[in-house]
Write a protein that binds this ligand. Structure first.
Ligand code: ADP
Ligand code: ZN
Length: 194
């Protein structure tokens, strides 16, 4: 019988629409690791500068310091050998290399926790999240509360006519909607410009 020794890493994904508590849940898991004196590093994409370049901030104003990075490979450059837990927020804004980067860190024995939107404003899977969900050991799907009817909300409703796939949310640009209240943009829209 083969006995595998040493601590193994793994990948956790936290997904769902905006306002579903993904950042809160990421912050909760990271704080617990810090209380247990584990070495932690947090990353987020440079593109997400809604509140602070150097912090992860939840809609309920919980915050943790994080390093802004331009690409998934930058995470590998910045991550310390001694880091035991890696947190990544707003993962949907990263390139397709993020899954390989997370795999690599997990194979090195790190606990990798990734939070991000699983669907875009059209209700379509938002890469690289689906790929991450496929390879993760743990997937947590969070739901918000539909602001129109109170049902569980799995969609992010864009409240403007902008058609870019990435429109970093200012106050009032998005709201949480359930599948019944979600109104996707009309199908004759031109393809989304990334
Ligand atoms: P996410 O990272 O998924 O966008 P956050 O962790 O930043 O979510 O924020 C979650 C918080 O958003 C909730 O605890 C609540 O205070 C607030 N919130 C605002 N609108 C809603 C909603 N429609 N349903 C649930 N929570 C909401
Ligand atoms: Zn609804």
């Amino acid at each position: 019988m083969q006995i595998i020794q040493g601590k193994t890493g793994w990948l956790e994904v936290i997904c769902g629409p905006m306002f579903s508590g993904k950042s809160e849940e990421l912050i909760r898991r990271i704080r617990r690791a810090q209380i247990a004196r584990q070495r932690v590093q947090l990353f987020k994409p440079c593109i997400d500068d809604r509140y602070s370049q150097h912090e992860i901030v939840s809609h309920s104003q919980q915050r943790l310091p994080s390093t802004p990075v331009a690409s998934s490979l930058d995470i590998l450059d910045c991550v310390d050998d001694k880091t035991e837990v890696v947190g990544i927020d707003e993962a949907q804004f990263f390139d397709d290399g993020l899954a390989d980067v997370c795999n690599k860190m997990a194979n090195l024995g790190k606990r990798v926790i990734v939070a991000g939107l699983d669907m875009d404003y059209r209700g379509r899977p938002f890469e690289p999240m689906p790929r991450l969900m496929a390879i993760a050991e743990y997937v947590t799907k969070q739901l918000a509360i539909c602001v129109l009817c109170g049902n569980p909300a799995n969609h992010t409703q864009r409240l403007t006519d902008e058609q870019m796939k990435i429109l970093v949310g200012a106050q009032g640009t998005y709201e949480a909607r359930c599948r019944r209240c979600f109104e996707p943009p009309p199908p004759d829209d031109p393809p989304a410009a990334d």
